[in-house]
Design a protein around this ligand. Sequence first.
Ligand SMILES: [Zn+2]
Length: 276
Amino acid sequence: MITFNYDNISTDKIILEIKCIKCQKHTKTSMLQVPPLDLDNDLNIKTAVYKHKCDCGQDYTVKIYNGIYKSYGEIMELQCEKDDFFVDEISDIPNNKDTIYYDTLCALNNNLSIVENIDKLDDNNRDYLYNLLFANIITIIDAYIKISTESIVLSNDSYIDRFINIFNPYKCTKSSSEERIINFYNKKSFQSLNYQDKLFNDVFGLDIRIDNSLLFYETIRNIIIHRNSIAEQGFVYKVSKKNLLQAINIAKNHIALINKKLINLETNNLINNLYQ
Ligand SMILES: [Zn+2]
């Protein structure tokens, strides 16, 4: 038996990709619903049990546990080899558009179904489209940051000052600070994680931890976009399906984290303005 962890705050459904112990091929479960938390009893851990059959006939039993302090799952038939399974945590798209990242979240969730369609293609087409989709996932983060932060920067004089000090956009023009910032947002990109780090940490004073794998993915994205997937060592970089799904997951987590921090920031600013 192996055990895996998942984040029960952002996860509603889980898809497991298992390297089959019998045929050695990857087999994927359907979406497994995470059992709902028992909010009346915080020590109670709810359990859901699912059966999955590989195409070769091998059966698997998956148990998903959910408690307020503990959430994990078990795959009964697997041994403890970490690379033999992959856990994809899926959150339901919110029904309302209150969250700033609604459209971005939809785009990322759409990508999950695109991955399945690309997976059916022949090797050449699949490799090509996996790479393009991967680059796009990283670009979605960039787009999200642009959409969600411009109005926040412009809404506050100290953010405007800090932004001008740090990025110093279009310094030779006689435009106002606001115009220089709007110009920056229209023409520049936040694809560089270094820019993102400066924006959140230095302008907003928010502690944004940038995941190491995101830094790695940024490098891969640049190889795909600027070097037609040819790495410096000369080989052609191919993004695997697993990399792609991981990138989608990490992008969602990164965006969810930023979204949460921005909503808090806006709420605090609103409260501060009211009591000024
Ligand atoms: Zn099998």
